[in-house]
Design a protein around this ligand. Structure first.
Ligand code: TIU
Length: 223
């Protein structure tokens, strides 16, 4: 099946396609989370919620593999390199007390996925200690086990964890297809620049499309 995308259309075998919902965590999206505490405008990220909800509904109907990720570390920080702590002021570092529990620590309130796109029982929830969903996780093995070749990329933020995952996917031989209305950044300029880079040079890292284009395909292919 061909899907409309930039820089050119892409063939999408739905049986070899997974939907990735990256880091839709309370600390990044809720007004009382860590992102907002740092002064970011979380409404920029919240605009992804509705289209991701619609996509999840269609993907569940079609039986697509769905993978949710959460960025976070172990409570003793044994999986967090000191270099990821030192460069920020005390009080804003991973593991410090934040508005919704310890910042980016597994099990804390802010680390949880927002209620609006909560995973259903049986869906994969992948905890990752890095920005890329491939770093120090079983993602590569999971995708091979399920015969996945294409990743539909949604979540936050466009420029950080989504981009890192797109680059990791491309290097490992997966097609990354980013849904531009389902990803967002705290910076509209970085969001736009990231999408521009992904689709540059004939699709140097992958493709950019919209949820409407994907829904068109999914809804026409309900089993
Ligand atoms: N998930 C993700 O993108 N983590 C970040 O730290 N993003 C920022 O934009 N800071």
């Amino acid at each position: 099946m061909q899907i409309t995308a930039e820089p050119h259309s892409v063939t999408l075998d739905l049986d070899a396609t997974a939907l990735m919902v990256i880091d839709m965590q309370k600390d990044f999206l809720y007004p009382n989370g860590f992102g907002a505490f740092l002064g970011n405008d979380v409404t920029l990220l919240q605009r992804t919620i509705r289209p991701i909800q619609r996509l999840l509904t269609a993907a569940r109907m079609r039986g697509l593999l769905i993978i949710h990720t959460r960025e976070g570390h172990l409570p003793d920080l044994s999986d967090c390199p000191p270099t990821k702590l030192d460069r920020w002021p005390v009080g804003t570092r991973i593991g410090d007390p934040g508005p919704m529990g310890r910042i980016l620590i597994r099990g804390e309130e802010g680390h949880g996925i927002i209620n609006e796109v909560a995973p259903l029982p049986g869906e994969i929830v992948l905890d990752k200690p890095g920005k890329s969903a491939f770093y120090a996780t079983d993602l590569d093995a999971i995708l091979h086990q399920h015969g996945i070749r294409n990743l539909l990329i949604t979540g936050v933020t466009t420029d950080v964890c989504c981009n890192a995952t797109v680059i990791g996917a491309n290097d490992r031989g997966f097609n990354a297809i980013v849904l531009e209305d389902c990803v967002s950044s705290y910076s509209p300029a970085r969001h736009a620049a990231t999408l521009e880079t992904i689709k540059a040079q004939g699709g140097i890292f992958g493709w950019v499309t919209t949820s409407a284009d994907v829904l068109h395909i999914l809804n026409g292919a309900i089993k």
